[in-house]
Design a protein around this ligand. Structure first.
Ligand SMILES: C#C[C@@H]1N[C@@H](C)[C@@H](O)[C@H]1O
Length: 440
């Protein structure tokens, strides 16, 4: 079908910038804004919903919400400390909410009065973060919510000419903000769009095409997620011809491909995940704080994504004063210590063609050397795993990362057994798997 605003390519991008993004595998997502101040609590009551949705769920009067800007003092905000948390996590890129659904901007935008410039400190949070993260070699991406609860011209649906005229003004405003972000922060490596599910945006696929075109014209190599895009008929992420729009599929939000399905590896994709069960912004209540993920579950998710050629973006919700939540920093440190020993099986790795899903974890493959790894995140109660190689291969060596050569036993052609023993307090074991063609 002929589409004016459909996918711009049939195959994945292979340029250097996309290969760099693909090889990162692990990213730090950060949701920070005025919502971090109430942190899920309003008028003394915990609102058991994502903290960044508080103004809507608690029906906070607009003026009271906007008055929070006067309390956004950044008393304990330190971009260097945030960037150190990304280093501790082992993240290779960071994605920051420049503007979330409430419309508040973390940079001094010339196109609205609802921004950092009108807060007590007036600091350019984005500018400080870009400097701190890039000083550590960590790429910065910008999250931008097209949905804007505050802007008078935002529309969820387009019922009449007046709606169409207003929404046209809104799209012009959003385009100007995106041009402004590209101009102020030209080293940004990607844009992560959100808030594009409403009828109003789906009816304006042309605008989503123009945004992607503008960004790629101004910032060659920039990476754009599929969630921005709608085609001529309102199809999102994947156009009406079944082709991926944008540069990577970004539909996995708080979920991973289940069951494990090799077809997912045909595209570039990224999954984003909260540390609490369901809040992206910092939520102080037990509803969130009692549901923090275990570091080894995070490691399992990282390996799961890598095994299917996807990136994993773990979200952090700094507190209202700008400090990182200690429990989240601790999780970052533990996961980063694991990656420091086992990152060889993650960074620059992807789907291991021909290696079936083993059930006790995942196989990953280094995209440049072809080396295969076995990441054992779900060790069986027996304490041993069955290592089934592609037919015609035999196991000639097994190296436990961080340790050394490891014993194994042959069970049949291309089938071997590995005795793990009990759980390791260093977390999931990873083996480099050395094979050669089975001698007949
Ligand atoms: C719904 C929704 C939004 N998408 C996630 C990435 C968070 O930003 C959440 O608020």
């Amino acid at each position: 079908m002929e589409l004016k605003y459909g996918a711009s390519r049939e195959k994945p991008r292979e340029d250097a910038a996309m290969q760099r993004f693909r090889g990162h595998r692990v990213g730090q997502f950060i949701h920070w804004g005025l919502y971090a101040l109430p942190a899920g609590r309003w008028e003394g009551k915990d609102v058991e919903f994502a903290a960044e949705f508080l103004p809507r769920v608690a029906k906070v009067p607009q003026q009271r919400w906007e008055a929070l800007a006067n309390d956004f003092t950044l008393a304990d905000f330190d971009a260097e400390r945030w960037a150190d948390t990304a280093v501790a996590l082992g993240a290779r890129y960071m994605t920051i909410t420049t503007k979330h659904h409430d419309g508040f901007c973390l940079w001094p935008s010339a196109h609205t009065d609802f921004h950092m410039g009108n807060t007590p400190s007036g600091r350019d949070v984005l500018g400080e973060l870009v400097a701190a993260y890039e000083a550590r070699g960590i790429d910065v991406n910008f999250y931008y919510s097209v949905l804007d609860w505050r802007h008078p011209d935002w529309r969820f649906t387009l019922e009449n000419d007046a709606d169409n005229l207003a929404f046209a003004r809104y799209l012009d405003f959003a385009m100007k903000q995106l041009e402004e972000l590209a101009e102020r922060y030209p080293s940004v490596k990607g844009f992560w769009f959100d808030g594009t599910w409403d009828e109003s945006v789906k009816a304006n696929g042309w605008w989503t095409w123009e945004v992607e075109r503008m960004l790629k014209e101004r910032l060659p190599g920039v990476v754009v997620n599929s969630r921005l895009r709608a085609d001529d008929l309102g199809a999102r992420h994947v156009d009406s011809n079944g082709l991926l729009m944008g540069d990577y599929e970004s539909g996995y939000e708080r979920r991973l491909p289940e069951p494990w399905d090799r077809s997912v590896a045909a595209r570039d994709w990224e999954a984003c995940m909260t540390i609490p069960q369901a809040s992206w912004g910092y939520h102080q209540g037990p509803w969130a704080q009692s549901t923090l993920k275990h570091p080894w579950d995070v490691v399992d998710m990282i390996a799961h994504c890598t095994s299917l050629g996807g990136n994993f973006l773990l979200n952090f919700g700094p507190r209202g004063d700008g400090s990182m939540a200690p429990a989240e920093v601790e999780i970052a440190r533990t996961v980063g210590e694991w990656l420091a020993v086992n990152g060889e099986a993650i960074y620059g790795c992807g789907y291991a063609e021909g290696w079936d899903y083993p059930g006790w974890g995942y196989f990953t493959r280094d995209s440049s050397t072809g080396k295969v790894f076995a990441v054992v995140t779900r060790a069986p109660a027996s304490g041993r795993i069955r290592l089934e190689l592609p037919t015609g291969l035999e196991l000639v060596g097994l190296r436990l990362l961080g340790s050394g050569e490891y014993p194994f036993k042959g069970l049949a052609d291309s089938v071997f057994e590995v005795e793990l023993g009990g759980a390791s307090n260093a977390g999931p074991r990873v083996f480099a798997v050395e094979t050669s063609a089975l001698a007949h």
